[in-house]
Design a protein around this ligand. Structure first.
Ligand SMILES: Cc1ncc(COP(=O)(O)O)c(C=O)c1O
Length: 391
């Protein structure tokens, strides 16, 4: 039994594709302790530095004192405690939608929502770079799947045209992201919304890496371009800029009621713990405050510094206009990416090497994430090290 997977694991190692866990003995922050060593952390999605914020900790502790640590059952059985209701009200208010529903993770939101929206006679049309949770949700739905090359409007249009001609009665859902998780770029959202309207399709927009960063009070890309009302299914996570854990869908009351009745990852899973939910509510309140807006603007100053200091060269064009807090540093080969990440770790930086199947084969990269909590000097030192080690 013990050697059941040894051969397959060795095959992964031989292709530089084996993954290993690293123990971190500290809270998230710009510096972390990795097996006894302090490293400057450029690996986290805690973009606003909220994961260890005292207000969020206190909100969680107060909720634990009042409600305990477990929700007891799924939301429909006995798990809808007051913090869940308050969080959903706050999310809907913040996003300007009729209603919201929370899931235990963004992954659960995606794999619960897509199969509730479409079934085998319908069509899901995804951007090639969509996150695995969206791909898995589409597969689980049993719908026909079409993929368009990254941000390619012409191909998206031809898929929509094909879906409408061949299946005029079927539902077509376009799925894309506001900020792509491994590339940090954005979609042409206005044009996608135009296409969705022209072809009578629905749009699911995953704002996982835009929430808290993009748009007024961090409400996301749709809000930034003033098209919030045009996105039928607004997905996001509470686990990145909001610093906690969980996923959500915001939209119409009938969409949310339908998900309560049909999203299996919501119905058949114990509700998120009340302490986590209360911390997420504190994070949403923070984003809506003037201090939250200041923190978001500070993050953009850090993003500009990264853009200024990160060198161009090799496979990397010098970024002219950063669109997010995610900076991919493309290396190409899987082993080369691991080697560069290890060399950086020796110099005191934690930057993950991202490889296939998270990104395409031969497109391995460092995924550098900058946060509002980084100091200017930390960003400068990292960029200098990358320049030196990549020369
Ligand atoms: C674009 C995108 N969507 C969804 C998810 C899943 O969210 P969570 O980590 O909350 O499960 C992630 C996180 O990895 C993501 O990057």
């Amino acid at each position: 039994m013990s050697d059941l997977f040894d051969e397959q694991l060795q095959a992964l190692s031989a292709r530089s594709l084996r993954r290993k866990l690293r123990e971190i003995g500290s809270a998230q922050g710009p510096e972390i302790h990795l097996t006894g060593r302090r490293l400057i952390n450029f690996s986290s999605n805690d973009y606003l530095g909220l994961a260890a914020d005292s207000r969020l900790r206190e909100a969680a502790i107060a909720a634990i004192k009042e409600y305990g640590v477990g929700a007891g059952a799924s939301r429909l059985i006995s798990g809808t405690q007051s913090p869940h209701v308050r969080l959903e009200e706050a999310l809907a208010r913040w996003k300007g939608t009729e209603a919201a529903i929370c899931f235990s993770s963004g992954y659960a939101a995606a794999i619960g929502t897509l199969p509730a929206l479409v079934s085998k006679h319908d069509v899901v049309i995804l951007d090639k770079l969509c996150h695995a949770s969206l791909v898995d949700g589409a597969k689980l739905s049993g719908a026909i799947i079409r993929v368009f090359p990254h941000n390619h409007l012409g191909k998206l249009e031809s898929h929509l045209d094909w879906a409408r001609r061949g299946r005029p009665e079927a539902r077509a859902v376009i799925v894309t992201e506001s900020v792509f998780s491994m590339d940090g770029d954005r979609p042409p959202l206005r044009e996608i919304i135009e296409l969705k309207k022209r072809f009578g399709a629905l749009l699911l927009l995953d704002e996982a890496h835009a929430i808290g960063i993009v748009g007024p009070n961090g409400r996301g890309l749709a809000a930034e371009i003033g098209f919030g009302g045009e996105v039928d299914v607004q997905m996001g996570t509470l686990s990145k800029a909001l610093g906690v854990s969980g996923g959500y869908i915001c939209g119409s009351r009938s969409l949310v009621d339908w998900l309560i009745n049909r999203a299996r990852s919501f119905i058949y899973s114990t509700a998120p713990p009340p302490g986590i939910v209360a911390a997420a509510l504190a994070a949403v309140d923070f984003l809506g405050s003037s201090e939250g807006e200041e923190r978001r603007l500070l993050l953009w100053k850090r993003i500009s510094l990264m853009q200024e200091f990160l060198p161009g060269g090799g496979l990397n064009k010098k970024a002219t206009n950063a669109s997010s807090a995610i900076f991919p540093w493309i290396v190409g080969g899987e082993q080369a990416a691991i080697d560069l990440a290890s060399a950086l770790q020796k110099e005191g930086f934690l930057v993950p090497a991202v490889r296939y199947p998270t990104v395409a084969k031969g497109a391995a990269r460092l995924r550098i994430t900058v946060t509002a909590a980084h100091e200017k000097e930390q960003i400068r030192l990292l960029c200098e090290a990358i320049k030196r080690l990549s020369a």
